[in-house]
Write a protein that binds this ligand. Structure first.
Ligand SMILES: Cc1cc2nc3c(=O)[nH]c(=O)nc-3n(C[C@H](O)[C@H](O)[C@H](O)COP(=O)(O)OP(=O)(O)OC[C@H]3O[C@@H](n4cnc5c(N)ncnc54)[C@H](O)[C@@H]3O)c2cc1C
Length: 395
């Protein structure tokens, strides 16, 4: 067994500085005495090299409270609360309206542009005091030993070696760390693509988010400013390629025809961005001295708007575990504690997203049943409460 001098060993190395990796880094920065290094392969976005992300996230109330607590000013450029959620099906009579006020809440959560959220996390990272950050730096390989993990990190032409008690895989859907330790995955390819953009509509959404199910997949409209909305349209891969190639006017007519006339005429579409959809669920989130979080642990269909909300809960739970096991955050006990805390939430949330995606997509041609499900969501308190809880990101 190879062992090392404890003073040369870091407590935590986070590989991946996406939304979830940054959230964990911020939470760990508050733990006194913990030495953390955050590593990200991509350089910081700059005016010369901007990063395009046209997505708008629905963040549940639990997530916005947690981000507030971490000092992430995601709403500084404007707040977009979700006060109502309107769920319906094209060509059917069912619909369900969930109203935050009837649950005694100001809002179910917030719509936050992905770029705004990433920018706010970056700003909060710049204010950290204990955290060390290497960027751009890429994990090349690693070897786990009984009391530490040895890593090789590539920075430009140079390779640097570091050792840590705990290695965190926050390296996204194609996680090299998760694959290297051979954690089995459950997978499903929905053979669908989410086309994401922003548009302007004729009528004010007034804080209402719309989820409309069509035979070729769901459409979600997320309230931004009064008439500006975030659009997520799920299409088959071929339809998405065709829609991507349309002129702006043709695209608006195509999307409006799918959604219906409830919001009047649609105009002015932004840049369209395609996101292929798949489910990937890691059967374990731990290995020797390794913890897996965020999309590396589970990549979900975006229909339930759960991916970041769930990844944030992974990060917060792991930060609590690391604080409780400060002497060795990668010990067998610490990792078992993390796995135990995440088991039910991960399974339930992934099942919920997958069931929603399959049930509402064209795989099941049973329109009336889907309409009934929507109607019953409004009238059966338990089902409605489950939807409300999931909309807020509370489990
Ligand atoms: C269309 C769409 C809409 C969505 N809407 C919502 C929503 O409304 N609400 C919600 O909660 N979620 C939503 N999600 C899900 C959400 O986007 C993801 O769950 C979340 O962004 C995952 O973040 P992450 O940090 O885990 O992974 P990633 O963002 O993939 O970050 C991984 C990072 O690791 C880095 N990396 C990889 N390999 C290495 C290496 N070897 N060395 C160093 N760094 C490395 C990468 O550069 C990257 O920055 C949506 C997703 C899609 C596709």
């Amino acid at each position: 067994m190879e062992s090392v001098q404890s003073e040369s060993v870091l407590d935590v190395v986070i590989v991946g500085g996406g939304l979830v990796g940054m959230s964990l880094a911020l939470a760990l920065d508050r733990v006194p005495g913990l030495r953390t290094l955050a590593v990200e392969a991509q350089p910081a976005p700059s005016p010369q090299a901007p990063r395009w992300d046209e997505r708008h996230f629905a963040l549940g109330r639990a997530s916005t409270l947690a981000l507030d607590d971490l000092g992430v000013a995601y709403g500084a450029a404007g707040q977009h609360p979700i006060r109502r959620i309107h769920v319906s099906r094209r060509g059917a009579f069912g619909r369900s309206v969930l109203d935050a006020a009837t649950h005694g809440l100001p809002a179910f959560g917030q719509i936050v542009p992905a770029r705004q959220l990433a920018g706010a996390l970056e700003d909060a990272m710049a204010r950290t005091t204990r955290l060390e950050r290497w960027r751009p730096a890429r994990l090349q390989d690693f070897a786990a030993h009984d009391d530490h993990v040895a890593l090789n990190l590539r920075i430009g032409d140079e390779t640097r070696q570091v050792q840590t008690r705990l290695l965190v895989a926050a390296d996204g859907t194609d996680s090299v760390i998760r694959n290297t330790v051979n954690i089995p995955l459950q997978r499903h390819d929905y053979v669908q693509t989410a086309l994401v953009t922003a548009i302007e509509v004729e009528r004010d959404l007034d804080g209402c988010a719309y989820e409309r199910f069509t035979d070729s997949g769901p459409i979600a409209l997320l309230p931004l400013d009064r008439r500006r909305v975030g659009l997520v349209m799920t299409l088959t891969t071929e339809q998405a390629a065709a829609a991507q190639a349309m002129s702006d006017d043709d695209f608006l007519a195509f999307a409006e025809q799918r959604f219906g006339t409830r919001l009047g005429r649609w105009r002015r579409v932004g840049q369209r961005q395609p996101w292929p959809l798949k489910l990937q669920f890691a059967e374990r989130v731990i290995d020797r001295r390794v913890a897996v979080i965020g999309n590396a642990a589970q990549t979900l269909h975006p229909i339930g708007a759960q991916g970041f909300n769930l990844g944030l809960r992974d990060a917060l739970a792991l930060a609590e575990v690391a604080a409780a096991h400060r002497d060795d955050a990668g010990s067998v006990q610490a990792l078992a504690d993390y796995a135990e805390r995440r088991r039910d939430d991960r399974e339930r949330t992934a099942r919920f997203s997958d069931a929603l995606a399959r049930f509402m997509a064209s795989e099941l041609p049973i329109g009336p049943l889907r309409s009934l499900a929507l109607m019953s969501a409004e009238h059966i308190p338990l089902l409605r409460d489950a939807l409300v809880r999931s909309a807020m990101g509370f489990r």
